[in-house]
Design a protein around this ligand. Sequence first.
Ligand code: 5AD
Ligand code: SF4
Length: 438
Amino acid sequence: MKKYLIITYGCQMNENDSEKISGMVEELGYSRTEDEKDADLIIMNTCSVRENANNRFFGNLGNFKKLKKKKPDLILAVCGCMMQEGHIVKKIKEKYSFVDIVFGTHNISSLPSLLEECDAKRKLIVEVLEDSDKLAEGLPVHRQFKHKAFVSIMKGCNNFCSYCIVPYTRGRERSREYQNILSEVRELANDGVKEVTLLGQNVNSYGKNLDDPVPFAKLLKMVSEVEGIERVRFMTSHPKDLSDELIEVIRDNPKICRHIHLPMQSGSSRILKLMNRHYDKDTYIKLVKKIRREIPDVAITTDIIVGFPTETEEDFLDTLDVYKKCEFDTAFTFIYSKREGTKAAVMDGQIDEKTVKDRFDRLLKLHDEIVLKQNKKYLNREVDILIDGKSKTNDNVLTGRTSSFKLVNFTGKGETGDIVKVKITDVHTFHLSGEVIE
Ligand code: 5AD
Ligand code: SF4
């Protein structure tokens, strides 16, 4: 039996695409391996959101050159966001011509026919589409977990935040018909899935381009009503589009998880304007306060970029100030990375490395303090945990998440996919500890 290895970089959207790619190649008769030496087909699903993901990809790709020499029949396919960038495909053609197949984000469903073509021709095949109206429905899926699943509800992004490559690599925003989403969720529930995570670059604008528009809040409610589904998560919310209706739907529906990921990117109104985010410091803080008032047990997490072009010390202090005022449960912090083709890449005032590093370290220090303070609120509380399995480092410890997405390691009885009551006995910056009480 032929074997395939898939390597995925980047976000959950890419993880979800990789699950579909895996499902398709398994239908062709390949079985999965984690060992590159065993593989007859290696697929690399790439990410372009920041420079270091690009570098890691090219580093790994370079290493496969030797393998390919030893095993000339090995098929090497590269796909994902980076392949939507012309200069990357050019580089592959020129310097990495041992690659067999290049395809993009809009045509993952073409992989079976590209593999067939590759078998026949044995030379580099490139098929990258600029954009696509179509959303492939009903692709086979190899899911990573039995008890939880990703469901992408839309693709693309129309926001053109000035630092971001995504609108160029994932194309224009398109929503799936809600009927298709619901039937996928029903199938997952029949298959034993307890938790679904609805994915989109900007879920709050879901449904706007459908013939029969359906607001995201309504979709969320419908998904949470599917029998067998115990928890519904979603990502990512854009602060400019988060409606009061959505806050109410979350508040009134215990199956919808108490977690909102709300990227702020910067605390400075001046930088937010340059980023093309369509909100300012005050509106963002007010939104967070409103969410916390309406849904008291909610966790709010965020994304922050440090060192956007022209960022001054004063702008950075605004970011720290918003962090303090919003008391995030956690944050993903990034150093600004210049992406070719974006508006920010040609802005004057790129910030020097030393200044950025200093700001980044100060942000991390505040982050750790506030995250720990937020986690301390959980001490001695009883929480429901969906069990993800055994801890990687200790077989006697189980691990799972609260509705608010806090990672909890705990002792007691339970199986993967069970929801158990756990009492929190200790807290740390990156996880909570506890024991099953029921
Ligand atoms: N540089 C640094 N971080 C970026 N992100 C997106 N583009 C860039 C960039 N050019 C971050 C944003 C986004 C997250 C997914 O990645 O914070 O929310
Ligand atoms: Fe990028 Fe902004 Fe779209 Fe998010 S909303 S994918 S940051 S352009």
